[in-house]
Design a protein around this ligand. Structure first.
Ligand code: NAD
Ligand code: UD1
Length: 341
């Protein structure tokens, strides 16, 4: 019998791409998503890509009755927990929304899992847990801190998971600390579909390329980096999806909590990313240099040797691949999923 995986937040950007990998690897997938930041069209397109059905349940993870009934009715072998709110700026404006949703949904999930003896979990953490890193590349054992409520929820959830793994319940938990996800499925039929004005760099660049925005604002060119613009580790979402499969396949040590950096190990500056996008798309991106964005750091990139060693995973796609795939998605769907719904 195939293993059955509960994917929370599966209608979202990273979840939908990961479901493709899961279905292609032969897993059965059950999704819970309240669609607070996604569109059910993403899952229809996943089904078109894989030719397999996705069992979808549209409710909030904090609804313990519905979650309990779902886990009771299904034999769940493991959970991948993507569900959460993720906008840093919004989290500063509405901290209670973030603590309530991200911690509340995780507590509800963990208690339900415990009740039904489901103890394998992969959790979506973030490079944001390293705060302003003192040295680069970032290794998993470096000091952790957060500068905003979103980051605090990731730190707190990681702490909860680590504490639980020390109980006698046999939990086997892996946190994946994603660096900066970019790209889309190579078909161009699913991708990142941000609400309103994008905060993240590549979605913004894509909307400049379609003419939806006039120009890119580059936040600062006086950082201590080779060209003065911020440096990040951009990881292709298909590589990220593969990392979840690798993590799932290594959940075979009850009583263990592990955290892994999921990046490429290489840094790319804002201007380098713009150049890679222009090469991949053939579209010129007008930009202007502006002040630094408050809270931004100079550089952030991962040491990825632990994931290579222990999960047998490494990124295979380049930043140019990510730009080409993001552009295919964006040019085929200039208004995201709203184009077809
Ligand atoms: P996303 O917003 O596209 O997906 C998250 C999904 O969770 C959405 O479909 C949303 O509707 C759902 N959701 C939120 N709260 C829920 C709740 N209480 N009950 C049920 N469903 C709920 O985001 P994403 O980019 O796919 O990110 C997935 C995870 O990865 C998040 O936890 C995010 O914090 C983390 N992460 C993302 C990035 C990034 O840049 N995209 C970086 C690091 C970590
Ligand atoms: C953001 C989040 C971080 C999250 C990460 C991955 C903030 C403060 N942090 O980080 O918590 O883990 O995304 O999702 O939002 N840039 C521009 N112009 C733009 C947009 C961005 O110049 O319009 C620059 C930024 O200054 C930065 C780089 O591009 O140097 C990447 O920015 P972004 O995509 O927002 O990611 P992070 O800031 O790394």
């Amino acid at each position: 019998m195939p293993e059955r995986i509960l994917v929370t937040g599966g209608a979202g950007y990273i979840g939908s791409h990961t479901i493709i990998g899961l279905q292609e690897a032969g897993y059965d997938v059950v999704v819970v998503d309240n669609l607070s930041n996604s569109n059910p069209e993403s899952l229809k397109r996943v089904e078109q890509i894989t030719g397999k059905q996705v069992e979808f349940h549209g409710f909030d993870l904090q609804d313990r009755q519905q979650l309990d009934a779902l886990v009771q009715a299904n034999r769940i072998d493991a959970v991948i927990h993507f569900a959460g709110l993720k906008a840093v700026g919004e989290s500063t404006a509405k901290p209670l929304l973030y603590y309530g949703n991200n911690l509340g949904s995780t507590l509800s999930l963990l208690e339900t899992m415990r009740k039904h003896d489901v103890n394998k979990l992969v959790f979506s953490s973030s490079a944001t847990v390293y705060g302003d890193p003192r040295t680069l590349p970032i290794t998993e054992d470096m000091p952790r801190s957060a500068t905003n409520p979103y980051g605090h929820t990731k730190l707190m959830i990681e702490q909860m998971l680590e504490d639980m793994s020390k109980t006698s319940d046999g939990w086997n938990i892996t946190s994946l600390r994603y660096f900066n996800p970019i790209g889309a499925h190579p078909s161009g039929s699913i991708g990142e579909d941000p609400n309103g004005i994008p905060n993240n760099l590549l979605p913004y660049v894509c909307q400049v390329a379609t003419g939806r925005r006039d120009k890119l604002t580059v936040f600062g060119d006086d950082y201590a980096t080779p060209d003065g613009t911020g440096v990040r580790d951009y990881i292709h979402v298909m590589d990220l999806a593969a990392a979840h499969l690798a993590a799932l396949q290594h959940l075979d040590h009850p009583g263990t909590y592990k955290a892994y950096n999921i990046g490429t190990g290489a840094g790319t500056s804002v201007l380098e990313l713009v150049k890679a996008f222009e090469e991949a798309s053939g579209v010129t991106i007008p930009y202007q240099i502006a002040d630094r964005r408050p809270g931004d750091i100079d550089s952030c990139y991962a040491d990825v040797s632990l994931a290579a060693r222990e999960l047998d995973w490494k990124a295979e796609r380049s930043v140019t691949d990510g730009c080409a795939d993001s552009w295919r998605w964006q040019s085929q769907n200039p208004h995201g999923y709203a184009d077809r719904t």
